[in-house]
Design a protein around this ligand. Sequence first.
Ligand SMILES: O=C(O)c1ccccc1NCC(=O)[C@H](O)[C@H](O)COP(=O)(O)O
Length: 203
Amino acid sequence: MRTRIKICGITRPEDGVMAAELGADAIGLVFYPPSQRHVDIARAAEIAAVVPPLVSVVGLFLDANTEQVEDVLSAVPIDLLQFHGGESAEFCAQFGRRYIKSVGMAGGDPAEVAAAHPHALALLLDGHAPGAAGGSGDVFDWGRKLPTSHRIIVAGGLRPDNVAQAVKMIKPWGVDCSSGVESSPGIKDSSKMAAFTQEVHRG
Ligand SMILES: O=C(O)c1ccccc1NCC(=O)[C@H](O)[C@H](O)COP(=O)(O)O
């Protein structure tokens, strides 16, 4: 099975195109103002407009309110929602969209999140503490027991030099990377992205 790749925290249209051309199956747009990778609605629409077909645009929220999510959905062609905070299943489902739910593995219990979100399409396991922001570069223990009820997307500190090992150990549906393919926060680096996608498929 081919491991899917999401490159998160895209802030520039050219980086969205480059990620897709270098093998990303999805790009992530962060709608969380405190993040250095935050994009406003206008910028997000510019990026989504140039992302090639057959590449998904993921809209990421961390404990946003309903109106904030709806404002984005009414202006940006989002294919998939990613909820990165303590959102309930009811909150996530109210938009009638497909969604994935993240788990902060530094103290968080993936089994508990899996049970609370039976309709999430996948769990995105990230290295940070529950409720904390992502994009931190923190790795979690890949030897941990993981739920089998959901597809797994591994995130957290993945880089070209460690992603093959993560894929080999966990055999996830997909991998997600942000800071590991950047030259500075929010700015993606083409050679790191090329190396990353190559290493995913070696794993
Ligand atoms: O990337 C951010 O700045 C961010 C801020 C707040 C919530 C989530 C955020 N990113 C979520 C992602 O999906 C990242 O790709 C994931 O945390 C992995 O990041 P990294 O460890 O830098 O690869």
